[in-house]
Design a protein around this ligand. Structure first.
Ligand code: AMP
Length: 275
Protein backbone atom coordinates (compact mmCIF):
# COMPACT_ATOMS: atom_id res chain seq x y z
CA UNK A 1 0.00 0.00 0.00
CA UNK A 2 2.82 2.41 0.86
CA UNK A 3 4.52 1.68 -2.47
CA UNK A 4 1.27 2.25 -4.36
CA UNK A 5 0.76 5.55 -2.52
CA UNK A 6 4.36 6.66 -3.19
CA UNK A 7 3.85 5.92 -6.88
CA UNK A 8 0.62 7.95 -7.00
CA UNK A 9 2.21 10.82 -5.12
CA UNK A 10 5.16 10.65 -7.55
CA UNK A 11 2.66 11.11 -10.38
CA UNK A 12 1.32 14.15 -8.50
CA UNK A 13 -2.02 12.45 -7.86
CA UNK A 14 -3.80 13.37 -4.65
CA UNK A 15 -5.06 10.52 -2.47
CA UNK A 16 -8.40 10.52 -0.66
CA UNK A 17 -8.92 7.93 2.04
CA UNK A 18 -12.09 6.40 3.52
CA UNK A 19 -11.44 4.02 6.44
CA UNK A 20 -14.24 1.51 7.11
CA UNK A 21 -14.97 -1.72 8.92
CA UNK A 22 -16.84 -2.98 5.86
CA UNK A 23 -20.39 -4.22 5.39
CA UNK A 24 -20.71 -1.24 3.14
CA UNK A 25 -23.87 0.84 3.03
CA UNK A 26 -24.89 4.15 1.49
CA UNK A 27 -23.33 6.05 4.43
CA UNK A 28 -19.89 4.69 3.53
CA UNK A 29 -20.50 5.26 -0.18
CA UNK A 30 -21.39 8.91 0.42
CA UNK A 31 -17.89 9.29 1.88
CA UNK A 32 -16.41 7.73 -1.27
CA UNK A 33 -18.25 10.41 -3.28
CA UNK A 34 -16.78 13.16 -1.07
CA UNK A 35 -13.32 11.67 -1.46
CA UNK A 36 -13.69 11.52 -5.23
CA UNK A 37 -14.78 15.14 -5.27
CA UNK A 38 -11.72 16.21 -3.28
CA UNK A 39 -8.92 13.93 -4.51
CA UNK A 40 -7.71 12.24 -7.71
CA UNK A 41 -7.69 8.68 -6.35
CA UNK A 42 -9.80 7.16 -3.59
CA UNK A 43 -8.48 4.45 -1.30
CA UNK A 44 -10.85 2.69 1.10
CA UNK A 45 -9.75 0.40 3.87
CA UNK A 46 -11.75 -2.50 5.12
CA UNK A 47 -10.54 -3.67 8.51
CA UNK A 48 -12.58 -4.84 11.48
CA UNK A 49 -10.16 -3.60 14.08
CA UNK A 50 -10.03 -5.94 17.08
CA UNK A 51 -8.50 -3.38 19.46
CA UNK A 52 -11.52 -1.07 19.36
CA UNK A 53 -13.92 -3.76 20.59
CA UNK A 54 -14.25 -4.39 24.31
CA UNK A 55 -14.71 -7.80 25.92
CA UNK A 56 -18.23 -9.07 25.24
CA UNK A 57 -18.70 -6.71 22.28
CA UNK A 58 -19.46 -7.87 18.74
CA UNK A 59 -15.96 -8.22 17.20
CA UNK A 60 -16.44 -11.91 16.29
CA UNK A 61 -19.94 -11.50 14.87
CA UNK A 62 -19.45 -8.09 13.23
CA UNK A 63 -21.14 -8.47 9.80
CA UNK A 64 -18.77 -9.22 6.95
CA UNK A 65 -19.39 -9.56 3.19
CA UNK A 66 -16.18 -8.75 1.41
CA UNK A 67 -17.25 -9.66 -2.12
CA UNK A 68 -20.32 -7.42 -1.93
CA UNK A 69 -18.24 -4.61 -0.36
CA UNK A 70 -15.69 -4.81 -3.19
CA UNK A 71 -18.43 -4.59 -5.83
CA UNK A 72 -20.14 -1.61 -4.20
CA UNK A 73 -16.90 0.31 -3.57
CA UNK A 74 -15.57 -0.27 -7.08
CA UNK A 75 -18.86 0.74 -8.68
CA UNK A 76 -18.82 3.98 -6.67
CA UNK A 77 -15.36 4.92 -7.90
CA UNK A 78 -13.03 3.62 -5.20
CA UNK A 79 -9.77 2.68 -6.98
CA UNK A 80 -7.88 0.86 -4.24
CA UNK A 81 -9.19 -1.31 -1.43
CA UNK A 82 -6.74 -1.87 1.41
CA UNK A 83 -7.82 -4.94 3.30
CA UNK A 84 -5.18 -6.06 5.80
CA UNK A 85 -5.60 -8.90 8.29
CA UNK A 86 -5.29 -8.46 12.03
CA UNK A 87 -1.98 -10.36 12.30
CA UNK A 88 -0.38 -8.05 9.73
CA UNK A 89 -1.64 -4.94 11.51
CA UNK A 90 -0.67 -6.16 14.99
CA UNK A 91 2.41 -8.36 15.19
CA UNK A 92 3.06 -10.16 18.45
CA UNK A 93 5.62 -7.44 19.29
CA UNK A 94 3.11 -4.61 18.88
CA UNK A 95 3.36 -2.16 21.81
CA UNK A 96 2.64 1.42 20.68
CA UNK A 97 -0.67 3.17 21.22
CA UNK A 98 -2.08 6.58 20.32
CA UNK A 99 -4.37 8.01 22.92
CA UNK A 100 -6.23 11.35 22.90
CA UNK A 101 -6.48 12.37 26.55
CA UNK A 102 -9.87 13.22 28.13
CA UNK A 103 -11.92 13.19 24.92
CA UNK A 104 -11.78 9.41 24.71
CA UNK A 105 -13.23 8.96 28.22
CA UNK A 106 -16.42 10.96 27.61
CA UNK A 107 -19.73 10.03 25.95
CA UNK A 108 -19.24 6.58 24.36
CA UNK A 109 -15.87 6.33 26.14
CA UNK A 110 -17.59 6.16 29.53
CA UNK A 111 -18.86 2.66 28.83
CA UNK A 112 -16.50 1.68 25.99
CA UNK A 113 -13.32 2.46 27.87
CA UNK A 114 -10.72 1.15 25.37
CA UNK A 115 -12.69 1.91 22.22
CA UNK A 116 -11.24 5.26 21.14
CA UNK A 117 -7.67 4.27 21.96
CA UNK A 118 -8.18 1.38 19.54
CA UNK A 119 -9.63 3.75 16.95
CA UNK A 120 -6.90 6.41 17.15
CA UNK A 121 -4.16 3.79 17.12
CA UNK A 122 -5.49 2.03 14.04
CA UNK A 123 -6.35 5.26 12.20
CA UNK A 124 -2.86 6.51 12.95
CA UNK A 125 -1.39 3.34 11.44
CA UNK A 126 -3.72 3.58 8.44
CA UNK A 127 -2.69 7.18 7.80
CA UNK A 128 0.97 6.12 7.78
CA UNK A 129 0.22 3.22 5.46
CA UNK A 130 -2.10 4.97 2.98
CA UNK A 131 -0.40 8.40 3.12
CA UNK A 132 -3.55 10.28 2.10
CA UNK A 133 -3.90 13.97 1.34
CA UNK A 134 -7.44 13.96 2.67
CA UNK A 135 -9.35 11.49 4.83
CA UNK A 136 -13.14 11.39 5.00
CA UNK A 137 -15.08 10.45 8.13
CA UNK A 138 -18.80 10.39 8.91
CA UNK A 139 -20.61 12.78 11.22
CA UNK A 140 -22.53 9.69 12.33
CA UNK A 141 -19.61 8.91 14.65
CA UNK A 142 -19.36 12.49 15.87
CA UNK A 143 -17.09 11.80 18.84
CA UNK A 144 -14.76 9.74 16.68
CA UNK A 145 -14.55 12.58 14.16
CA UNK A 146 -13.76 15.12 16.89
CA UNK A 147 -11.09 12.88 18.42
CA UNK A 148 -9.45 12.17 15.07
CA UNK A 149 -9.39 15.86 14.19
CA UNK A 150 -7.71 16.49 17.57
CA UNK A 151 -5.16 13.76 16.89
CA UNK A 152 -4.38 15.09 13.40
CA UNK A 153 -3.79 18.56 14.76
CA UNK A 154 -1.86 17.46 17.86
CA UNK A 155 0.44 15.06 16.00
CA UNK A 156 0.81 17.25 12.88
CA UNK A 157 -0.50 14.70 10.41
CA UNK A 158 -0.02 16.22 6.99
CA UNK A 159 -3.55 15.68 5.78
CA UNK A 160 -6.98 17.25 5.88
CA UNK A 161 -10.02 15.70 7.53
CA UNK A 162 -13.34 16.14 5.76
CA UNK A 163 -16.65 15.15 7.38
CA UNK A 164 -19.66 13.69 5.59
CA UNK A 165 -23.27 14.24 6.72
CA UNK A 166 -25.24 11.39 8.27
CA UNK A 167 -27.00 9.25 5.66
CA UNK A 168 -30.34 7.91 6.87
CA UNK A 169 -32.90 5.28 5.95
CA UNK A 170 -36.26 6.55 4.63
CA UNK A 171 -37.77 6.65 8.15
CA UNK A 172 -34.78 8.56 9.54
CA UNK A 173 -32.77 5.77 11.20
CA UNK A 174 -29.07 6.49 10.68
CA UNK A 175 -27.51 3.86 8.40
CA UNK A 176 -25.16 1.53 10.22
CA UNK A 177 -23.65 -1.89 9.55
CA UNK A 178 -25.09 -2.89 12.93
CA UNK A 179 -28.73 -2.23 11.86
CA UNK A 180 -28.69 -5.77 10.44
CA UNK A 181 -28.72 -7.11 14.03
CA UNK A 182 -32.15 -5.58 14.71
CA UNK A 183 -35.23 -7.79 14.54
CA UNK A 184 -38.36 -6.39 12.85
CA UNK A 185 -39.79 -4.80 15.99
CA UNK A 186 -36.47 -3.36 17.13
CA UNK A 187 -35.93 -1.95 13.65
CA UNK A 188 -39.33 -0.25 13.71
CA UNK A 189 -38.77 1.08 17.24
CA UNK A 190 -35.24 2.31 16.54
CA UNK A 191 -36.62 5.29 14.62
CA UNK A 192 -37.38 6.95 17.99
CA UNK A 193 -33.73 7.98 18.22
CA UNK A 194 -34.10 10.15 15.14
CA UNK A 195 -37.54 11.31 16.26
CA UNK A 196 -36.11 12.45 19.60
CA UNK A 197 -33.34 14.36 17.83
CA UNK A 198 -35.85 16.05 15.53
CA UNK A 199 -37.99 17.01 18.54
CA UNK A 200 -34.91 18.56 20.16
CA UNK A 201 -34.12 20.45 16.97
CA UNK A 202 -37.70 21.71 16.78
CA UNK A 203 -37.65 22.89 20.40
CA UNK A 204 -34.45 24.81 19.77
CA UNK A 205 -35.88 26.35 16.60
CA UNK A 206 -38.88 27.43 18.70
CA UNK A 207 -36.54 29.26 21.06
CA UNK A 208 -35.92 26.75 23.88
CA UNK A 209 -32.32 26.97 25.16
CA UNK A 210 -32.50 24.95 28.40
CA UNK A 211 -30.76 21.60 28.00
CA UNK A 212 -32.57 19.89 30.90
CA UNK A 213 -35.92 20.51 29.27
CA UNK A 214 -34.74 19.41 25.85
CA UNK A 215 -33.16 16.18 27.11
CA UNK A 216 -36.23 15.43 29.23
CA UNK A 217 -38.45 15.52 26.16
CA UNK A 218 -35.97 13.36 24.22
CA UNK A 219 -35.96 10.77 27.03
CA UNK A 220 -39.75 10.75 26.98
CA UNK A 221 -39.89 10.17 23.20
CA UNK A 222 -37.40 7.29 23.43
CA UNK A 223 -38.98 5.67 26.48
CA UNK A 224 -42.26 5.29 24.60
CA UNK A 225 -40.71 2.22 22.96
CA UNK A 226 -40.32 -0.67 25.37
CA UNK A 227 -37.46 -2.23 23.39
CA UNK A 228 -35.34 0.94 23.83
CA UNK A 229 -32.78 0.98 26.66
CA UNK A 230 -31.00 4.30 26.78
CA UNK A 231 -27.22 4.34 27.33
CA UNK A 232 -26.92 8.14 27.29
CA UNK A 233 -28.31 11.38 25.87
CA UNK A 234 -26.02 14.37 26.20
CA UNK A 235 -25.67 17.91 24.95
CA UNK A 236 -21.99 18.85 24.83
CA UNK A 237 -19.71 21.44 23.29
CA UNK A 238 -18.09 20.29 20.05
CA UNK A 239 -14.49 20.89 21.14
CA UNK A 240 -14.13 19.54 24.65
CA UNK A 241 -17.27 17.34 24.65
CA UNK A 242 -18.20 18.85 28.02
CA UNK A 243 -21.91 18.99 28.97
CA UNK A 244 -23.59 22.34 28.47
CA UNK A 245 -26.66 23.60 30.32
CA UNK A 246 -27.74 26.16 27.73
CA UNK A 247 -27.75 25.93 23.95
CA UNK A 248 -25.47 28.78 22.97
CA UNK A 249 -23.36 28.43 19.85
CA UNK A 250 -22.58 25.00 18.43
CA UNK A 251 -23.77 22.05 20.52
CA UNK A 252 -23.61 18.32 19.80
CA UNK A 253 -26.66 16.39 20.98
CA UNK A 254 -25.62 12.75 21.04
CA UNK A 255 -27.61 9.61 21.79
CA UNK A 256 -26.57 6.01 22.41
CA UNK A 257 -29.40 3.54 22.87
CA UNK A 258 -29.78 -0.24 22.94
CA UNK A 259 -32.53 -2.04 21.07
CA UNK A 260 -32.29 -5.59 22.32
CA UNK A 261 -28.57 -6.30 22.33
CA UNK A 262 -27.79 -3.78 19.59
CA UNK A 263 -26.28 -0.47 20.61
CA UNK A 264 -27.03 2.34 18.15
CA UNK A 265 -25.68 5.89 18.14
CA UNK A 266 -26.92 9.04 16.46
CA UNK A 267 -26.54 12.79 16.85
CA UNK A 268 -27.29 16.25 15.59
CA UNK A 269 -25.28 19.44 15.79
CA UNK A 270 -27.39 22.47 16.59
CA UNK A 271 -26.43 26.10 16.48
CA UNK A 272 -29.02 28.73 17.42
CA UNK A 273 -26.83 31.34 15.78
CA UNK A 274 -27.69 29.73 12.43
CA UNK A 275 -31.46 29.69 12.93
P1 AMP B 1 -17.64 2.02 10.09
O1 AMP B 1 -17.47 1.04 8.98
O2 AMP B 1 -18.94 1.86 10.82
O3 AMP B 1 -16.43 2.07 11.00
O4 AMP B 1 -17.74 3.45 9.43
C1 AMP B 1 -16.76 3.92 8.54
C2 AMP B 1 -17.00 5.38 8.27
O5 AMP B 1 -18.30 5.57 7.74
C3 AMP B 1 -16.92 6.23 9.55
O6 AMP B 1 -16.25 7.46 9.25
C4 AMP B 1 -18.37 6.46 9.88
O7 AMP B 1 -18.59 7.66 10.61
C5 AMP B 1 -18.98 6.55 8.50
N1 AMP B 1 -20.42 6.25 8.55
C6 AMP B 1 -21.01 5.20 9.13
N2 AMP B 1 -22.35 5.29 9.03
C7 AMP B 1 -22.60 6.45 8.38
C8 AMP B 1 -23.80 7.12 7.96
N3 AMP B 1 -25.01 6.63 8.20
N4 AMP B 1 -23.67 8.29 7.31
C9 AMP B 1 -22.44 8.83 7.05
N5 AMP B 1 -21.29 8.24 7.41
C10 AMP B 1 -21.36 7.07 8.06
Amino acid sequence: MQEASDKLRGERKTIGFVPTMGYIHEGHLSLIDISNQNADITVASLFVNPTQFGPGEDYKKYPRDIERDKRLLEKRGCSILFEPDADTMYSKYFRTEVYVRNLCRLLCGETRKMHFKGVTTVVSKLFNIVKPDIAVFGQKDAQQAIIIKRMVEDLNYDLKIILGAIVREKDGLAMSSRNIYLNKKERRDAVVIYRSLKEAEQMIENGERGVLKILRLMRKVISEKKSARLDYIKAVDTNGLKPVSKIRGEVLIAVACYFGKTRLIDNIIVNPLNI
